[in-house]
Design a protein around this ligand. Structure first.
Ligand code: FES
Length: 576
């Protein structure tokens, strides 16, 4: 229980001296008086709203519900806009800016008179970015997920974000649908505020935030436009004030077991491959040792129960998941795999939040004995192609490629790849392995979501819909296909991927967790001597700092100077 007289904000607002004169007079400039703040926790509401981020468009107004809750509980709410990483409009990649938002969140919490924090995010990189920053700042914090948008709709058919764009684009390329139909799909696939409504990166990351204990119970699955979302926002506003009184901080919630819960849930929802990068980064900020091995170990045990696209064979989306019981329903089925004693922001343990929870549709949230995939969603592969690991999503690919051997067709950049794959005379078969390199953390830069390399036009017309593809890029969580991603070390820094040549035979064995180039160590060493490092992508600015300090995918792509063990990170300098 904290002593409210010692709240951080008191340093700015409590003393009747000259130093605080300016602070207090400027708060009064906004129309507040002493009664608004005296003895009350200041709650910063970090609102990730912008006109460049359609997933968060409701946050502009939804923030009022949060403020209502804070006021009801006796807090003083102040809204703080942040950089908003709208996944679909940002180039070259939102991941390039994840750490920038994380730094902004951490430093703004530290710089202002803040006692408790509400984070409003949800679009892919905003959830991990805001949680990374708040983890390092370590003040009482609740994350409010934006919530998924409503199901898409076209000609009586359900449309899923990303997944159906990919599907119908291939149909358009194959001449199965017309340009007019394609335009109609365009206007029907995103028809309300909220995040992508497949189990893509957004819903994966908000589900992870809930499983970690950082959201109000059930928050991750509530559709953005449902009135329950408004009520959840108000509840979070009330609760964060109590958390300040209780001094309940992320460091007390984000234990190693809480991260294992998060990975378990991620596996069972058929998570986006992006989850690996973000969870490793966040665990390292929290001082917890989480690695690729934890993902692979849990993936071998935890079944995929959420029958939501792009996993499974149904057309179920996040809206269906919510009506079926949402994440609490799924976690109630996962109890044998979860550490139920972990604390959550609600003040209850995870187990307590799941008491009385039910599942209302066994086809959407499968029972443990009827999973849609018996093992977890992701597999971590190693071998001479990826000595530091790479990932694949067995639950969302043609199972015939789980074991595959074929000749490599290698591309050094995306424009060249795209032009070649559109060429109907390309000399390629469905057994080939298409490789895209120089698309990793430094090379991309920012690991663009190019990993679901398009199937060559010629093969699409022959009905081919999956092939083995390999890259050091990422792919959208809404993607489908036999795509090996996050190859580490990346080609741009001289990983073995850089040494691969057209026609080299690649062998992959997912059950054995192996991926190799069938050439000798001597040949690899010979090629390495010939390899010339590419010129740096940036000479100045944020891009330069990013390139100098970004870590590889298996380390979470955080900046090396932001990890918990870097220099002095405990507390904050109390000199101003
Ligand atoms: Fe924002 Fe998909 S683009 S969640």
């Amino acid at each position: 229980m904290s002593d409210l007289k010692k709240m951080r904000s008191q340093r700015w607002l409590a003393n009747e001296d000259f130093r605080t004169f300016n602070h207090r007079s400027r708060v009064m400039q906004m129309g507040y008086d002493k009664k608004d703040w005296e003895g009350k926790p200041v709650i910063a509401i970090l609102n990730n709203w912008s006109d460049f981020n359609p997933c968060h468009m409701h946050f502009k107004h939804r923030v009022e519900e949060v403020k209502r809750g804070v006021l009801q509980a006796g807090g003083f709410p102040l809204e703080l806009p942040t950089v908003s990483l709208g996944e679909n409009l940002i180039k070259p990649s939102a991941l390039l800016y994840r750490n920038m938002l994380a730094m902004e969140v951490e430093e703004m919490i530290r710089a202002f008179p803040v006692d408790g924090v509400i984070l409003m995010g949800g679009c892919d990189k905003t959830t991990p970015a805001m949680l990374l920053g708040a983890t390092s700042a370590d003040l009482p914090t609740i994350f409010i997920p934006a919530g998924p948008m409503l199901r898409g709709n076209w000609a009586g058919k359900t449309l899923g974000s990303g997944s159906d764009a990919f599907k119908y684009w291939d149909d358009k390329r194959a001449g199965i649908i017309s340009s007019t139909e394609w335009e109609d799909i365009l206007s029907g696939i995103a028809r309300s505020p909220g995040t992508c409504m497949t189990m893509g990166t957004a819903s994966t990351m908000t589900s992870i935030a809930e499983a970690l204990g950082m959201t109000m119970p059930g928050a991750a699955s509530i559709p953005a436009v449902d009135a329950a979302h408004q009520r959840m926002c108000t509840q979070a506003g009330r609760r964060v004030v109590e958390m300040v009184v209780e001094d309940l901080r992320p460091s007390a919630i984000q234990t190693r077991n809480a991260f294992l819960n998060a990975i378990t849930v991620a596996m069972s929802v058929g998570c986006s491959t992006n989850a690996i990068i973000h969870v490793i980064a966040q665990a390292r900020r929290a001082g917890q040792d989480i690695s690729l091995e934890d993902f692979d170990e849990l993936s071998r045990k935890v079944p995929v129960l959420a029958n939501i696209r792009p996993n499974g064979t149904s057309h179920y989306l996040m809206e269906d998941f919510y009506y079926a019981g949402g994440l609490p329903g799924l976690m109630s089925r996962l109890k044998p795999f979860l550490h139920l004693d972990e604390k959550t922001v609600s003040g209850m343990t995870l187990g307590e939040t799941l008491e009385g929870v039910q599942v209302y549709n066994d086809d959407v949230i499968r029972p443990l004995d009827k999973p849609i995939y018996t093992e977890g969603a992701l597999a971590v592969l190693r071998g001479n192609l990826a000595p530091d690991g790479c990932v694949i999503k067995p639950s969302a690919m043609s199972q015939e490629f789980l074991v595959h051997r074929g000749p490599a067709m290698v591309f050094d950049d995306y424009p060249t790849l795209k032009a070649a794959l559109d060429d109907e005379d390309l000399d390629i078969t469905a057994d080939h392995v298409i490789v895209l390199r120089n698309a990793g953390p430094k090379g991309g830069p920012g690991m663009p979501e190019w990993g679901m390399v398009p199937i060559p036009q010629k093969l699409v017309k022959q009905g081919v819909r999956d092939m083995l593809r390999i890259s050091d890029a990422r792919m959208s969580g809404t993607s489908y296909g036999a795509c090996v991603l996050h190859v580490a070390p990346e080609a741009y820094v001289g990983g073995n991927l850089a040494l691969l040549r057209n026609g080299d035979i690649i062998s992959m064995d997912v059950p054995a967790r192996q991926i190799n180039i069938e050439i000798s160590d001597q040949e690899l060493a010979r090629r390495r001597e010939e390899w010339v490092a590419p010129a740096p992508r940036y000479g100045r600015g944020y891009g330069w700092m990013y390139s100098e300090h970004i870590t590889q995918a298996n380390e979470g792509c955080d900046f090396d100077f932001l990890k918990t063990s870097f220099g002095e990170t405990a507390g904050e300098p109390d000199i101003f």
